[in-house]
Design a protein. Structure first.
Length: 89
């Protein structure tokens, strides 16, 4: 299960965390990945000046806008879930 964490700390919240979460939810559903991707809201990830911060596995992606979610998904999420046989983490 790949974990995606969206910061909902006050700074990221003000910059639109919930829009990013909604966009991620829609994208996960669109790709039918509800069983492989776990979406979580998390507290401050320590990069407040670069919000909204999204963490995919161990990778932090800074300054995410809702309209960037599709591209972020293609770049960071799909490669992680697309390799069958590497599910041991
Ligand atoms: S509030 Fe999001 S990184 Fe601090």
């Amino acid at each position: 299960m790949l974990q995606i964490k969206v910061c909902i700390g006050s700074s990221c919240h003000l910059k639109g965390s919930y829009d990013v979460i909604r966009s991620l939810q829609a994208t996960i559903a669109h790709h039918g990945l509800q069983e492989q991707v776990e979406l979580q809201a998390g507290f401050c990830l320590g990069q407040c000046t670069h919000g909204v911060v999204v963490q995919v596995g161990e990778q932090k992606i800074l300054g995410v806008l809702p309209e960037q979610v599709e591209g972020l998904f293609a770049e960071y999420v799909l490669p992680e879930v697309a390799s069958p046989g590497s599910s041991t983490h």
